[in-house]
Design a protein around this ligand. Structure first.
Ligand SMILES: [Zn+2]
Ligand SMILES: [Zn+2]
Length: 109
């Protein structure tokens, strides 16, 4: 990670160690005013690429039987639709059950 960045106008090395104390902006660029000449320039934050890997696990939906990489598991999701007795279901089944649950609640209310 860089500590200083050279001003494009006067070539003064600006200390960047405080510039990111409030976090990196979402687009990784921010404006900085040169300590020496006072002109604003745009700084682009470059990060070392980092990778993390995890196994791809396919799980069969207990409701419709389709295999999914992104299952919804009982116990890790709240609220879990009461109507779902299965423990692992696919996203589609989950949202379907969830919207059924909501429409039920609305009828009661
Ligand atoms: Zn400057
Ligand atoms: Zn399903």
């Amino acid at each position: 990670m860089f500590e200083t960045v050279e001003c494009p106008y006067c070539e003064h090395d600006n200390d960047m160690s405080d510039a990111l104390s409030e976090g990196v902006p979402s687009d990784n660029t921010f404006d900085h005013e040169c300590e020496k000449c006072g002109k604003e320039f745009e700084v682009y934050v470059e990060f070392e690429p980092s990778y993390s890997a995890s196994e791809i696990v396919y799980v069969d939906c207990e409701r419709c039987g389709s295999s999914t990489r992104d299952p919804r598991k009982k116990g890790s999701i709240f609220p879990w639709p009461e109507a779902v007795e299965e423990n692992v279901i696919c996203k589609e089944c989950f949202y379907k059950a969830l919207s059924e649950e909501y429409s039920k609640t609305n009828v009661k209310a």
